[in-house]
Design a protein around this ligand. Sequence first.
Ligand SMILES: [Zn+2]
Ligand SMILES: [Zn+2]
Length: 326
Amino acid sequence: MRSPVHEARRWLRGMLPWLMWPMLYCAGLLGAGAAFASHAPLLWFNAMYLSLALVIAACERWMPHEPRWLRDDGETPCNLAHTLLTKGSAQVAAALVASAPLAAATAVAAVHAASGPWPAHWPLPAQAVLALLVAELGLYIAHRSAHQWPLLWRFHALHHSVRRLWVLNTGRFHFVDSAFKALLGQLPLYLLGAPLAVFMWVGAVTAVTGLLTHCNIEMRTGWLDRVFSTPALHRWHHSKVLAEGNRNYGENLVLWDRLFGTWYNPPRRPPADIGIDGRVASRFLAQLVQPFTASGVRQIMGMPAVRRHNRPSGAPETGEPPVRKT
Ligand SMILES: [Zn+2]
Ligand SMILES: [Zn+2]
């Protein structure tokens, strides 16, 4: 007969995949709340974000969804550089505004002057939920456009060019892609006159959800898949098969996916073989430049290179950015 301790451990091991997403999500939001209540919210939020990323990375080793995704793909320096460039520059801008009281006061006054229909008298959690719903519509439109409009796909392809999903892919976005999403996600909130605290909470929820959607932890999310953008849904979004990949555009919530018919969660395992048909440069700076050059765009789109008439036959082409087959 098995001991109660053994049975308890067996039960816990069975429950852990179900507990993992809610526990990490709540831990991230509680950490964000503590950071925002401190005297150095930006510093403590970054500390919380880094801590959560490290905990997720450890959990990926402990209970991976795809063991083969644990293998190094050589993309870590690029992923780190993109994360620091996009998220770092946004935070430096925020810190500059926060450290200039006059500019901050002017910005806040401008927001309040424009405040029209925003229900600023609601409790902050209710305002944050409303803001998420509004921001998600802009994020949904931006993300879906990035998949369906070649002019934007050339930037978004960088995010989809990875061959494995793990926590560090969260920040792998071209800065043009990030700026476009931020514009469409945040502009409606500015126009509605949402206060600064609401922007901070939308940013916090998006940051925590993003770490989780890309993680390689074996999780069971059940009914949560019908509300939140979970790892299970996002793994379908990274599928090579267009009919599977052009789904689940939601960043935090899947409300708009469900309303517009792009929610996708069939009862089978998402593909482990992910990526794109096109080719993306292998080095960080080349990845930034590639969408701005004609030859780079052709590679991203998976189109054959244009042959130059004045090039001797058999000679290698020049001027092409270094590429990696994806
Ligand atoms: Zn996408
Ligand atoms: Zn992704």
